[in-house]
Design a protein around this ligand. Sequence first.
Ligand code: HEC
Ligand code: HEC
Ligand code: HEC
Ligand code: HEC
Ligand code: HEC
Length: 350
Amino acid sequence: MKKIETLIGYLSLAGFLSTAALALFAVGNLIFMAVPDAAVAASSEPAAQELATAPDATEGEDPEEDTTFLDGFTNPPVRTAEEQSSIEARVAALTADVEGMDYERARYHPLHFPPQAAQASNEECLVCHQEIMTAKPLEQSPAGVSASDTMAWYQTLATYGGDQQTFHYRHLQSDYAKSVMNLQCTFCHKGNDPREESPDMIPGRDLFSAASTPEFTLRKMVNPSTTCLRCHGAFPYEHMDGVEANWPEARLDFEDEETPNGCLTCHGEYGFRTNRHNVTYLNAHEIEDLATASSDTCYGCHGGRQWYRISYPYPRHVWPDMDEETPDWAIDRPTQSDPEYQRPETAQSE
Ligand code: HEC
Ligand code: HEC
Ligand code: HEC
Ligand code: HEC
Ligand code: HEC
């Protein structure tokens, strides 16, 4: 029965998600896994959603609780009043500009391309692209299957709340997305040639001069391997001494009522790779805070919503008590996050 639900979930996923996201799935060697029992059991707990809607309410509730580890992680700083008013001024100017602007001019607006794209705020893009925030998936597939009667396998994560939604909603608007992430349009959209959709033809740049890791891949608007893969790769347990199987199976040995997050057995205070998530597009504090309730928070971005057979080659930051010897798989790994997403201050206290 569960398998059937999974299959229906897949069909409806195919039916309801934007063709855009699907194009990426095809490229990404999508694997459909059977719904793991443990994940199903976990899905009956609505706790994650409640936590997600009240990110601050969980802090300091229990005076007995030692929050030193949590406090070591911070979210990216909010905008300063200056930054905010500069964005408001740009939005106002753009809004005035758009009045009577013809389609081609809007379509090739310099905000779409480097260098302006790198500085663009979501508000500026949304002057012209409100539809991104209001689009809704079909309630029923063309074949008559209702979205509310089906379940996609990623909906079995305890962190999932609400109905199936559009791709943009799930990354910019859902309570959960807003609590764990801080995504900008330009995190994914780094320029595009609307005519050829080739990274070698970005307006304002020499032809055929795209970088070896281009801003987007041919006929796509994004580069999946530098965006989606970060949070939708496989669970890299082959790099984890002591984890012998994928998480739905492995977690059975690590978790019980007292220990709802088995990842933290090894990745908690005094654990491995504790210097993590110190990037502008993640809310590092919120992630660790929510993760105290369930490993689905961690697993969600590290295997639980897996669209790819491979996992992202994460940078390997130095952590306290790190072994001096580098394992073979990590020899070519960077030791810092991508410069464009680095935060000056550290998210993990020493
Ligand atoms: C997490 C990555 C991501 C973020 C963040 C994101 N997008 Fe997208 N967007 C995509 C992908 C993927 C597609 C489909 C691309 C394709 O077909 O190749 C897309 C498609 C679009 C399209 C084409 C129309 C459509 O619905 O397919 C527009 C317009 C767009 N995005 C605007 C925006 C704006 C404006 C923002 C910020 C408010 C934004 N996007 C944020 C990944 C993202
Ligand atoms: C002045 C209005 C305007 C602004 C500002 C603007 N866009 Fe667009 N954008 C357009 C128009 C018009 C199109 C063409 C839409 C179509 O043909 O359906 C377009 C197309 C796109 C597409 C789809 C390209 C394709 O090949 O189909 C994406 C993705 C996109 N914009 C993202 C963004 C992002 C991200 C920003 C902010 C950095 C942004 N836009 C700012 C007007 C604008
Ligand atoms: C920074 C992490 C991150 C990145 C990058 C990212 N995602 Fe996600 N994605 C998430 C999270 C978290 C959720 C769950 C959101 C929720 O439960 O509301 C999600 C949910 C989804 C879903 C489920 C949608 C639904 O209907 O519920 C799809 C499909 C998806 N992502 C595809 C993509 C694709 C394609 C890309 C690249 C263009 C991408 N994601 C990039 C974190 C990410
Ligand atoms: C039995 C201990 C253990 C458990 C349980 C465990 N991990 Fe790990 N994990 C490790 C070790 C050891 C490493 C590798 C450390 C190093 O870089 O040398 C690692 C590495 C990682 C990496 C980086 C992989 C890479 O390729 O860079 C991620 C991401 C990760 N773990 C996430 C998780 C998540 C999420 C969970 C729970 C769903 C989890 N781990 C459970 C021990 C564990
Ligand atoms: C919203 C998605 C998301 C969630 C939730 C999440 N991670 Fe990550 N994780 C990422 C991304 C993206 C990176 C890469 C960040 C970078 O580029 O530095 C990462 C990096 C890591 C690394 C590599 C650290 C390093 O830089 O050496 C480890 C280990 C890890 N995560 C474990 C965890 C654990 C444990 C949890 C739960 C407490 C968790 N993650 C929750 C997205 C997520």
